[in-house]
Each structure stands twice: as C-alpha cells, then as structure tokens.
Design a protein around this ligand. Structure first.
Ligand code: THU
Length: 131
C-alpha cells in the first residue's frame, strides 16, 4: 500500500466519526508523522459555531499526543469537489510541516489534487525572535 493509500484509508475512516449536526459536512484528515506513524482527526462542531474544530486540527492534536511533532504528508477528505484546508488550518499545518510537504485533497472516490504546504500558504507567518 502506498503512503497515499494508507493515509486515504485512515482519513476516510476518521471522516465517518465527524460530529457535524450543523453543517452536515464531514471531513477527515490523516497525517504521516516523522515517526512514520499515521494519526487522524475529524471535524467536531459546536452549537456556538466558531468553537467547532476542523479535521486537520484534530489530526494535529492527535499527532502531538502521540509524541510526534513533524508532518511528512497529509490527506484531507470530504464529499466535495475540492475540500482544501481552511486558512486557519493552513497556518496550523505550517507550524509542523516544511513548505514542500504534500497535502493531498481527496473525495470519497480518491485523490482530486495535491498541493504543497508552501502553495497553500505562501509567505506564511513565522514568529521571529526579538533582539
Ligand atoms: N472543515 C474541515 O474540517 N476541514 C476543512 O478543510 C474545511 C472545513 C469543516 C469545518 C466545518 O465543521 C465544516 O467543515 C463545514 O465548514
């Protein structure tokens, strides 16, 4: 099984567990970590809408909990033409991924398009040390 295939399968399974009573839009995300483990997340909505969290954020939390802190590859899946990560999640991914890390966007049938983190968030914010 290729890296994409295993991330796709995990993201698809994670998507099924999404808590989406408000949007009814399920998203799953799977990350290959620097330890070669696979972690995943789903979106979790809230009656106070802005408190909902994206699938990517859940997968990142699972990665940190699992003791990894670098992202090697990502798959995001939804039943949509092209469910690219939202702006906030692009910044969240950048925190833990180099610019050349691949983010595969899939629908339920398979891969739709592959981006790099740098393509998704050009000139992304990095905290500079103060002198
Ligand atoms: N959502 C994600 O979880 N990830 C994305 O990449 C895009 C959007 C969620 C947020 C919300 O629960 C639902 O999709 C509709 O916006």
């Amino acid at each position: 099984m290729s890296v994409f295939d295993s991330l796709f399968a995990e993201a698809k399974t994670a998507r099924e567990t999404a808590y989406v009573p408000y949007s009814r839009f399920k998203v799953g995300a799977a990350i290959l970590t620097n330890n070669d483990s696979v972690v995943s997340g789903c979106n979790v909505e809230n009656a106070a809408y802005p408190e909902g969290t994206c699938a990517e954020a859940g997968a990142i939390a699972a990665m940190i909990r699992a003791g990894s802190s670098r992202i090697k590859e990502v798959v995001v899946i939804a039943d949509a033409a092209l469910c690219t990560p939202c702006g906030g999640c692009r910044q969240k991914l950048k925190e833990f991924a180099d610019n050349d890390v691949k983010v595969h966007v899939a629908n339920l049938e398979g891969l739709r398009r592959t981006f790099t983190v740098g393509e998704l968030l050009p000139a992304g914010f990095e905290l500079e040390e103060q002198n």
